[in-house]
Design a protein around this ligand. Structure first.
Ligand SMILES: [Zn+2]
Length: 332
């Protein structure tokens, strides 16, 4: 116990480690590791010797580092963090296994690092494997950023962080979910639908009659009514498949179809083939003398005069439709 105490107080004087500059073992290892041509190696040695800054560093490495960073001269303080990794071998300075590049060779090294135009990240990682100088990363960045080729082939920007919708302060009760009264919603929905129907129906006529397959009809298209037949009911409500006299098929809503009294093979179809259109009028305008024509579904030929009486259009109830002579000018 006493002995230990004694020894702890009477320690030996501190000895300074004297590094052997040309230690052969290190030499072989580092030079074989560093991928460097003999001429370049000589150049490194020469420029390191001429580099005032690196010579100061070399002196500190040889003579030992001070206890405090603040005791270093200003220009060497950046090396303080790496002081344990620094060494001098054969006139070259190293940080671990990487050669420290003298100022005079830095531009040349930058050119070599960048000669493949790999962009900032790859250039840096390529350089960091073998070379070191203070501020090397920044120098590489500046070099690459000034290069047009690297700029053209750089990668996309990373996506930006998510932005939440609002930065407004919101009170807690507003963020709490509220109970929903289901029956109230259904009731309101029904009411709204009913109201919409009422308003819509104010501008509607009565519901139109269903049509059967084979019914003769006129179909509204391109601003005119065109004759045709019902081929079948379409599966969608109120729609029909219609074939016109020229053989083409259409799908039409019931609203754009009116039944006519024509049957398919009368002279009227011949008229359609000759590109004549039917004119459909409401009963009130197509009164034939004292006769009242079938309401809403009356078709009159525009060429009343030229049609033989026996082949004049007839209404569904079988009456012959004649356009009053007073309308002849108007129709044409
Ligand atoms: Zn480049």
């Amino acid at each position: 116990m006493y002995l230990a105490d004694h020894l702890s107080r009477s320690f030996l004087k501190e000895t300074k480690e004297v590094l052997v500059p040309d230690l052969h073992v290190n030499d072989i290892h580092l030079i074989s590791y560093l991928p460097i041509a003999p001429e370049m190696y000589a150049k490194f040695q020469k420029e390191t010797a001429n580099d005032e800054h690196l010579q100061e560093l070399q002196d500190v490495i040889f003579n030992g580092w001070p206890n405090e960073k603040s005791e270093l001269i200003h220009s060497l303080r950046p090396y303080w963090t790496y002081r344990d990794e620094l060494s001098v071998i054969d006139g070259l300075l190293y940080k671990s296994n990487k050669a420290i590049v003298p100022k005079a060779l830095q531009n040349e090294m930058l050119d070599k690092i960048h000669e493949s135009h790999l962009g900032i990240v790859k250039c840096k990682s390529r350089a960091r494997d073998v070379l070191f100088w203070i501020g090397m990363g920044q120098d590489i960045e500046d070099k690459v950023k000034a290069c047009g080729l690297c700029a053209q082939h750089q990668s996309l920007n990373a996506k930006e962080p998510m932005r939440l919708k609002t930065s407004l302060p919101t009170s807690l009760p507003l963020l709490m979910p509220q109970n929903v009264n289901n029956s109230e919603i259904i009731k309101n929905s029904k009411f709204a639908k009913k109201k919409a129907k009422t308003n819509y129906d104010k501008h509607c006529g009565p519901e139109l009659k269903q049509l059967k397959q084979g019914d003769s009809i006129v179909m509204y298209t391109d601003g005119k009514w065109k004759a045709g037949k019902i081929i079948q009911k379409h599966h969608t409500p109120r729609s029909y498949v219609v074939q016109t006299s020229d053989g083409r098929r259409y799908r039409r809503n019931r609203r754009h179809i009116r039944p006519t009294a024509y049957n398919g093979n009368t002279v009227e179809n011949e008229h359609f083939k000759n590109n004549h259109n039917l004119t459909v009028r409401k009963t009130s305008t197509v009164c034939n003398n004292s006769q009242t024509l079938d309401r809403s579904e009356t078709v009159a030929s525009e060429e009343n005069e030229s049609i033989e009486p026996s082949k004049s259009p007839v209404t569904r109830s079988g009456r012959t439709v004649k356009v009053p002579t007073k309308l002849n000018d108007y129709v044409k």
